[in-house]
Design a protein around this ligand. Structure first.
Ligand code: FDA
Ligand code: NAP
Length: 436
């Protein structure tokens, strides 16, 4: 896409995962339904092409939300960008319905996302990493605006783009336990398929996966499938996997209404959301995956050929690396004392993610952003960071708002509605402040 150097965009989107893809669609649909000047937008993504957690696109892994919680339907049920529209265009609608499953595979949903992206591709530039955002103060007929520095990830060249607003949608950040380093034998789940693909499966005779969340369980199952001769160990911090609560009452925490209840609630309200419903998403695993892993383990026990091992209440204390040798020092919480060493050919840390934090990207701009007592950004209901009066430009967050907007912050459940709210906010604020 050709972004224009002299243009001041109404909004520049940083990152082009599902959140900003959904925003691009909301902008497209706003434009089609208004006679006002269009919202001028540009998006930058550091990947070479669209990709949604590609390294975890494991066969048979399913979505954790209904297909109806797609990029647009909850905001606009008539959208041409809906999952149903994608199925129709792919000539698969009838078969999808016959399959009677609310939860498509992640691979099918990825195909849907790619199909939707093709419809708004003119708004996004790939191989483009945003490295800095600066403020340019109003002067001599130039209005206050932001300068977004974009690095071409292929050539390394940097260029600048101007905007009145940005939306930071850079996603979750892979988290390794303290002191653990990644390398060609020690991986985080976010790089799993790429790293696994670089190995000769015959060299993988002992593999281990750390963690008890969905990523850990799916990778354990995958390695057990793909390496029929290997010993596969699951190193669980818990006594066993816990089930993800996706029953109907609990699932209401992902509704659009729940954002208001959370945002306008008291500290006690917000605490209650986390205390009672954290198990809808964090450190939990889908019921069918848990049962499948247990079934496999039991079958092996019956056959007297155990190669799937569950080391419960166990944590990795140290990883000793030398060439292709990897020795893992394990600490058992069963007695709080015993240590065990295990040699592995590959070790996967499926230890989760940290939430989006825009601080480093915002640089000096961050001094205009207000923070709460715990040092977190204050955020308005329309996802705009609360800033001091000198800054008229807007910083919108898609992600990193768990403390203000609740559990859906880093998930897909509410992105269609959230995108619409951000478009409305930009249009309303533009109408209120624009001098043109
Ligand atoms: P996402 O991380 O998808 O995208 C951010 C993008 O920004 C990336 O493409 C990245 O390259 C880019 N980027 C980062 N920094 C940049 C920079 N400085 N410049 C330019 N580009 C930059 N949720 C759910 O509701 N249902 C589900 O089924 C799942 N499934 C799921 C599977 C797996 C394996 C994981 C790890 C997570 C999920 N999730 C989920 C949660 C997940 O956060 C969610 O699905 C989306 O990825 C959120 O979309 P975003 O666009 O916000 O972030
Ligand atoms: P997660 O749910 O945060 O789980 C991380 C696991 O690692 C937890 O069991 C955690 O234990 C453990 N852990 C963290 N630090 C550790 C340490 N130092 N030592 C040992 N264990 C440690 O992360 P995730 O499984 O990657 O899931 C992240 C998100 O992606 C979730 O929203 C999930 O639903 C989603 N996801 C979806 C799919 C899918 O759609 N099919 C697939 C994978 C992931 P504690 O509980 O003790 O912290």
């Amino acid at each position: 896409m050709g972004t224009r150097e002299h243009e001041i965009y109404d909004i520049v989107g940083i990152g082009f995962g599902p959140s900003n893809l959904s925003l691009a669609i909301a902008l497209e649909e706003h434009e089609a339904n208004t006679s006002e000047r269009p919202v001028r937008a540009a998006f930058f993504e550091r990947q070479p092409r669209f990709g949604w957690h590609r390294n975890m696109l494991l066969p048979q892994a399913t979505m954790q939300i209904s297909f109806l919680k797609d990029l647009a339907t909850f905001r606009n049920p008539l959208s041409r960008f809906s999952f149903v529209s994608y199925l129709h265009e792919s000539n698969r609608l009838a078969q999808f319905v016959n399959n009677q499953d609310f939860f498509p595979t992640r691979q099918e949903f990825h195909q849907y996302l790619e199909w939707a992206e093709a419809g708004v591709r003119d708004r996004v530039t790939y191989n483009s990493e945003v490295t800095e955002v600066r403020l340019v103060e109003a002067a001599d007929g130039v209005e206050q605006h932001l300068v977004i520095v974009v690095k071409d990830t292929v050539s390394g060249a940097a260029r600048e783009v101007k905007a009145r607003n940005i939306t930071v949608s850079t996603g979750l950040v892979p988290r390794m336990p303290d002191g653990m380093e990644r390398d060609e034998r020690v991986w985080h789940s976010s790089e799993f398929l790429a790293k696994y693909g670089q190995m000769n499966p015959e060299d993988l005779k002992n593999v281990a996966v750390v963690g008890a969340g969905q990523s850990a369980a799916e990778i354990t199952k995958y390695l057990h499938d793909m390496l029929p001769q290997a010993q596969v160990s699951a190193i669980l911090p818990s006594y066993g996997y816990s089930v993800a609560d996706d029953t109907p009452f609990a699932n209401q925490v992902f509704d659009a209404d729940a954002v208001d209840h959370y945002y306008f609630g008291t500290e006690k309200t917000r605490d209650a959301f986390w205390r009672y419903h954290k198990n809808t998403n964090y450190s939990v695993v889908d019921d069918d995956v848990i049962r499948e892993l247990f079934r496999r383990s039991y079958e092996e026990e019956v056959a007297g050929e155990q190669r799937l091992h569950f080391l419960n209440l166990t944590r990795v204390k140290e990883v000793k690396r030398s060439g292709s040798d990897t020795r893992v020092v394990l600490h058992s919480l069963l007695d709080g004392e015993s240590e065990q060493e295990m040699d592995v050919d590959a070790l996967v840390f499926a230890t989760g993610y940290s939430t989006l934090d825009a601080t480093s990207l915002l640089g000096d701009l961050d001094k205009f952003c207000q923070r709460d007592e715990e040092g977190r950004h204050r955020v308005e209901r329309d996802y705009r960071v609360v800033t001091s009066g000198e800054l008229s430009c807007g910083i919108y967050l898609q992600g990193g708002t768990e403390h203000t907007h609740g559990l859906t912050s880093s998930l897909l459940s509410n992105i269609a509605v959230r995108s619409g709210e951000i478009v409305d906010s930009i249009v309303e604020r533009r109408g209120a402040g624009e001098k043109v």
